[in-house]
Write a protein that binds this ligand. Structure first.
Ligand SMILES: *Cc1c(COP(=O)(O)O)cnc(C)c1O
Length: 363
């Protein structure tokens, strides 16, 4: 802490994310006024899930444990701190949900208005609740995410507000911390790192993060992981090699037809010797259920896409049983309660008697 600042102006503790990676992220003498305790998320060794998939060293980086429940907080904390330093009057974003939840929270902490342009329908309930609760000003358009982002770019150019979508370079800079934490926690880089691909900012940022660690001598070039990206079958522009006009998937966080960081994603794939492939909605939902039922970790559907993809590659022997594999679980399952099928149907009350309860429990 620098001398001369009243303590209350500074909410950042020394263990907070931007302070931990200050040497790689901050300008000389830069002060970060805002933190919600982002980063430092668990890396869970998924033994039961790994057994099921034939992988001995499968790990889940559970980004649902960030303050607003998704990895978006890693970049948002840097973007909003820098917007404040630059004298912004407001922030604006287009969002399938998690970006708005994150932007709304950090803007609230900074005392800035937050505007959110949402595509009509199909935004997960939990995410909408977060943005509303934080006092964000929501505008819903009768269009898709890509159209919302086009409008936001314009508003940014006009100077009405600072854009905090991942086209803001501070977002991707901050998201590199995910890669750094994986290496710091494992004590090495994994052989492969898997994540869902929507607007493709995160796969771009992770690859940059690993490359940066190599440049810093914290990894050698031959230790860099293969980057494995997965899109939903109905929203797979990068796999198809062309934009998708009406993307459709149950995994709303990756329901994007024309990714802003397209080139970043293909660069990560090609430089790392990785792949970007598709998974079906059925595989996504089935894998989401497996992750919570075998590991106790509840992620949202988009996050399960990465694990579904790894499951397929392991079954096809394109990942070896002894490889160290990390799947990034990008968001929390509580974000999207409607995606979980109530297979059990509705519960009907029974008399409060032990006999009846035993019978119902099939004991
Ligand atoms: C934003 C998001 C994604 C997609 O990340 P991109 O950087 O847009 O590729 C995946 N999962 C969740 C939960 C997200 O919030």
């Amino acid at each position: 802490m620098r001398a001369g600042l009243p303590a209350y102006t500074r909410r950042v503790k020394s263990q907070d994310l931007l302070e931990r990676y200050r040497d790689l992220l901050a300008d000389a003498g830069e002060r970060f006024a805002i933190s919600l305790g982002e980063g430092g998320t668990p890396l869970v060794h998924a033994r039961r899930l790994g057994d099921e998939m034939g992988l001995r060293s499968l790990h889940l980086k559970f980004e649902g444990m960030n303050p607003t429940g998704s990895f978006k907080d890693r970049g948002m904390v840097l973007a909003v701190n820098r917007a404040v330093s630059a004298g912004a009057r407001a922030v604006v974003c287009a969002s399938t949900g998690n970006t708005s939840a994150s932007a709304a929270a950090y803007a609230a902490a900074a005392g800035l208005p937050c505007h959110v342009i949402l595509p009509a329908g199909r935004v997960a309930r939990g995410k909408l609740a977060q943005a509303l609760a934080a006092g964000a000003r929501l505008v819903m358009i009768d269009g898709n995410f890509d159209e919302a982002l086009t409008a936001v770019r314009r508003l940014g150019e006009e100077g009405a507000a600072v854009v905090v979508n991942s086209i803001n370079p501070h977002r991707l800079a901050g998201q590199q911390t995910g890669a750094w934490e994986v290496v710091d926690t494992l004590g090495r880089a994994p052989h492969a790192l898997a994540l869902p691909v929507g607007n493709a900012g995160n796969i771009t940022a992770y690859w940059r993060g690993f490359r940066r660690y190599a440049e810093e001598g914290r990894l050698t070039a031959d230790e860099l992981p293969r980057m494995l990206g997965f899109q939903a079958e109905g929203a797979a522009p990068i796999v198809l090699g062309r934009p998708v006009e009406s993307p459709e998937t149950v995994a709303t966080a990756i329901r994007i037809g024309n990714p802003a960081s397209w080139v970043g994603a293909t660069t990560a794939r090609d430089e790392s010797g990785g792949v970007i492939e598709t998974v079906t909605d059925e595989e996504i939902l089935d894998t989401q259920r497996m992750i919570i039922q075998l590991e106790g970790v509840f992620c949202e559907p988009a996050s399960a896409a990465a694990v579904a993809g790894v499951r397929r590659l392991a079954a096809e022997r394109r990942i070896g049983p002894d490889e160290v594999v990390v799947c990034v679980l990008t968001g929390h399952g509580l974000k999207d309660p409607d995606a979980v099928q109530a297979d059990e149907g509705t519960l009907t009350p029974i008399p409060p008697e032990l006999g009846a309860i035993r019978e119902a429990m099939e004991l």
